[in-house]
Design a protein around this ligand. Structure first.
Ligand SMILES: [Zn+2]
Ligand SMILES: [Zn+2]
Length: 438
């Protein structure tokens, strides 16, 4: 599994902070546990190559991209195959921009190298729009060899739907991007599924601290532009597994805890998410048969001032799960025995104003099974009187020999979670109708 922030600005962008230079961005990305990110400056690509070099020094990747503003003020992200393609698109876009920058109004558009040395300033009005209608911009992206993604499609301002009111029929988009403002699963169901496209997410960071705030999880062989392209086109077994906000979404905390268990030798993990509206309670339990911990290790694991992991791209581990639970009138209990396993239970007041969002459980299940295809996962999601369960063993049996991490396997897992979640949502609607009939 690879974790990518799909939308990051540098100090070239008129709204970008000056401290958003390649070396600082790469450091922030590595600290957030990312395998890579996509450089998406407004209407220019001057800093793509230097950011790529800075990333390689740090053992991660910064892939070439650009955020193009169309004539209708729609933002489109171009995911580009290489620096040369970014240069081609950069020149095309420069000719389609409407005037020179006014640094006093929009700020300087700083071109830097990987050592944070200023090389110059981009003279064009990058804060403005190109004279390309959205169809033309998509076509130009494709001609440059790139993929066209509707940027932050859930956002009113500069989003495709917000600006136009609809997705133009026949527009040859390759994916849609859900912003960090919308829960990933909700955005995917609303915008990507009806178009039959993959959804991705990114932070749209303009300052280093925001890098990794929203992350896309990808099933790839390597972290590079070609593999990313294959995943978005669902080719050759590559796949977009999901996404979310690692600092916020409980589903990603759960994923992190389960993954820690699997990495600590667990062969079996049982996850149970129980939403009980009548009792105003959400409880999440993760149980594994891994190495387990002694009392001292449990105390350290739940202490926010002590963490054994240097970086995390999914969730924040037990310490921050505990903080999230306590902030929402709940608590975390950890039962662990060396050599036997660990059981973590977190409870929350379901309707507490400070309860973190559940997030996208489809991402949790898919990333877990794609990363650990031999894991015996038992997954249960209950809401009120209804629930559904999945077991990796049943899914494997249904596949008749194909691996869970294969395209058929991932498709089956995805379909099973979607069916279960859809059934829970349908039961909810049914229950609320019956409730209102009384
Ligand atoms: Zn934008
Ligand atoms: Zn942006």
């Amino acid at each position: 599994m690879f974790a990518f922030d799909m939308h990051v600005h540098t100090c070239l962008s008129p709204c970008g902070e000056l401290d958003m230079h390649p070396a600082a961005m790469v450091q922030a990305a590595a600290a957030a546990g990312l395998d890579g990110f996509v450089v998406c400056d407004h209407n220019a690509a001057d800093n793509v190559a230097a950011t790529g070099r800075a990333a390689r020094r740090a053992g991660i990747v910064a892939l070439p991209g650009m955020e193009i503003t169309t004539e209708e003020e729609v933002h489109l992200v171009a995911l580009l195959p290489d620096v040369a393609a970014a240069g081609v698109l950069h020149a095309r876009v420069a000719a389609a921009l409407t005037g020179p920058n006014a640094p006093a109004a929009f700020g300087r558009q700083v071109i830097v190298n990987e050592d944070a040395e200023v090389l110059g300033f981009n003279p064009s009005l990058l804060a403005g729009a190109t004279n390309w209608p959205v169809e033309r911009a998509v076509d130009e992206i494709h001609r440059a060899g790139g993929l066209a993604v509707a940027a932050h499609i859930d956002r009113e301002r500069f989003g495709l739907v917000g600006q136009l009111g609809f997705v133009p029929p026949g527009l040859l988009l390759d994916a849609v991007e859900i912003s960090a403002a919308t829960p990933f699963g909700e955005g995917r169901r609303r915008y990507a599924d009806p178009l039959g496209l993959e959804a991705v997410t990114g932070s749209d960071a303009h300052e280093p601290a925001a890098l990794g705030r929203a992350v896309t999880y990808l099933h790839l062989d390597r972290a590079d532009a070609l593999e990313l392209r294959r995943a978005i086109k669902t080719e050759d077994g590559r796949a977009v597994l999901g996404g979310g906000r690692p600092m916020e979404d409980l589903a990603l905390h759960v994923l992190d805890i389960a993954q820690n268990g699997a990495e600590a030798g667990a062969t079996r993990v049982a996850i149970r998410v129980d939403e009980d509206p009548a009792a105003n309670r959400l409880s999440i339990a993760v149980q594994d048969n891994g190495r387990g911990m002694d009392c001292a290790a449990v105390a350290r694991a739940t202490d926010p001032f002590f963490t054994t992991r240097r970086t995390r791209s999914v969730g924040l581990g037990l310490a921050l799960l505990r903080q999230a639970a306590e902030a929402a009138g709940g608590h975390v209990t950890v039962d662990s025995e060396p050599g036997v396993g660990t059981s973590v239970t977190a409870t929350f007041e379901l309707r507490h104003l400070d309860r973190a969002p559940l997030g996208d459980v489809e991402t949790t299940v898919l990333v877990l099974l794609a990363s650990h295809p031999d894991l015996d996962l038992e997954w249960t999601h209950r809401r009120g009187r209804h629930d559904y369960s999945l077991s990796a063993a049943d899914l494997r049996a249904a596949l008749g020999g194909a691996a869970l991490a294969s395209p058929q396997g991932l498709a089956l897992v995805r379909a099973a979670v979607r069916q279960g979640e859809a059934q829970l949502a349908a039961n909810d609607r049914q229950d609320s109708r019956e409730g209102s009939d009384d």
